[in-house]
Design a protein around this ligand. Structure first.
Ligand SMILES: C[S@@+](CC[C@H](N)C(=O)[O-])C[C@H]1O[C@@H](n2cnc3c(N)ncnc32)[C@H](O)[C@@H]1O
Length: 361
């Protein structure tokens, strides 16, 4: 008998890191919605026929369009990564402010589709905004709508991602299922995957910048590299940045794991904040990959990581190809939920709604 696959929609999808994890756990992604066309171009290239909808999620007509795309299919799960700029709480319970409209859109969508469960991802700082009142208000609204919901700050490294990336995760399921169950950590600080585990097989690019499509020059050297390569035989997006001699000379002075504080007096004066001139430590997971591309450097080479190296540190498999300008690609990679964390969340959600057996790999 053919297994019944569950349907999900991805709101604020970006290039689709979170939904890639859900796909890998056996979900069908019906539609990914975002208002950044460059990110959607990458999404559609890597999401097996999912519709990419370019629309503003604060608008009513976007709801209607999503409904039309879903047709008579049941939406089992909603996943969302709304940006949280501009949150506001002008008084107790005054969450309906214009500035919270993107979060309110997610709440409305859950109310409308009545999925069995949902996941919302956000930056950890959101938990303590307005002394935690925003978070509490979100929990209260979903509970009122018939969901059991909880939130937790999870670290991606605990789920096999070679990166110390912390994110606030809300997980909700219909009350009949009991409490949502968050994924158990699969790794501990003693066996976290490291930068070296993740990218040591990729060519240095110190002599040439490389091409958007290229050959691997060595076999995979670790089980993680094997996992990321899968059946992929082409090395995509491994193009180095053409740094000025000043940048190369400056970063050459920073030891592995160091930063601007290791520079001699007078060097690197133009960048002097916490993360400036940070060289990764090959024996540790990376710091949080962000949307910029000028502060974090390769643990060994005198350049910033390529898109493919950052994608590996985010646990995107090598056949997940990024499109657009380099700035757009950096934004897509840096904004994403690491697919391995997404997959752990998808499996935990399946377990929470009693569907884990059906979706066993
Ligand atoms: C944190 S990123 C989401 C990352 C995504 N979940 C992933 O795992 O790849 C937030 C996304 O919200 C999108 N966005 C911001 N405002 C929006 C709006 N009004 N309507 C639709 N999308 C919006 C941005 O373009 C961005 O891609």
């Amino acid at each position: 008998m053919e297994e019944e696959r569950l349907n999900a929609i991805d709101l604020f999808a970006g290039c689709g890191g979170l939904s890639k994890g859900f796909m890998d756990a056996g979900f069908d992604i019906i539609v990914g919605v975002d208002n950044d066309q460059a990110a959607l171009n990458t999404f559609v290239r890597n999401h097996n026929g999912a519709v990419a909808l370019n629309a503003d999620l604060s608008k009513q007509e976007t709801f209607d369009e999503i409904r039309r795309i879903a047709g008579d299919r049941k939406i089992d799960v909603i996943i969302a990564g709304p940006p949280c700029q501009g949150f506001s709480l002008t008084g107790p319970r005054n969450f309906d402010d214009e500035r919270n409209k993107l979060y309110l859109a997610v709440i409305r969508m859950v109310k409308d589709f009545q999925p069995e469960g949902f996941i919302i991802e956000n930056v950890p700082g959101m938990a303590t905004l307005y002394k935690g009142q925003i978070k509490e208000e979100i929990l209260r609204r979903f509970r009122k709508m018939g969901y059991n919901i909880d939130c937790k700050i999870l670290c991606a490294a605990d789920y096999g991602v070679p990166q110390m990336r912390k994110r606030l995760i809300f997980m909700g399921v219909k009350k009949k299922y009991g409490d949502p169950q968050f994924p158990e950590a699969e790794f501990t600080p003693e066996n976290y995957r490291t930068c070296r585990d993740a990218i040591s097989d990729l060519p240095s690019r110190e002599k040439e910048l490389g091409k958007e499509e290229d050959d691997y020059t060595s076999p995979p050297l670790t089980e993680y590299q094997e996992l990321m390569r899968g059946d992929c035989h082409i090395l995509y997006n491994h193009v180095a940045t053409n740094h000025t001699q000043m940048v190369k000379d400056t970063i050459a002075l920073v030891p592995e794991g160091g930063n601007y504080k290791d520079l001699p007096p007078g060097w690197g004066e133009s960048r002097k904040f916490n993360e400036a001139w940070t060289r990764y430590d090959g024996n540790k997971p990376s710091r949080t990959i962000d949307t910029g591309h000028r502060n974090h450097f390769h643990y060994q080479y005198n350049r910033v990581p390529t898109i493919r190296e950052n994608a590996r540190l985010q646990s995107f498999p090598d056949d997940f190809v990024f499109t657009g300008t380099r700035t757009q690609q950096n934004r897509q990679v840096g904004n994403a939920v690491p697919p391995l964390l997404g997959q752990a969340l998808a499996k935990a959600l399946l377990k929470s709604i009693g569907r884990e057996e059906e979706h066993a790999e």
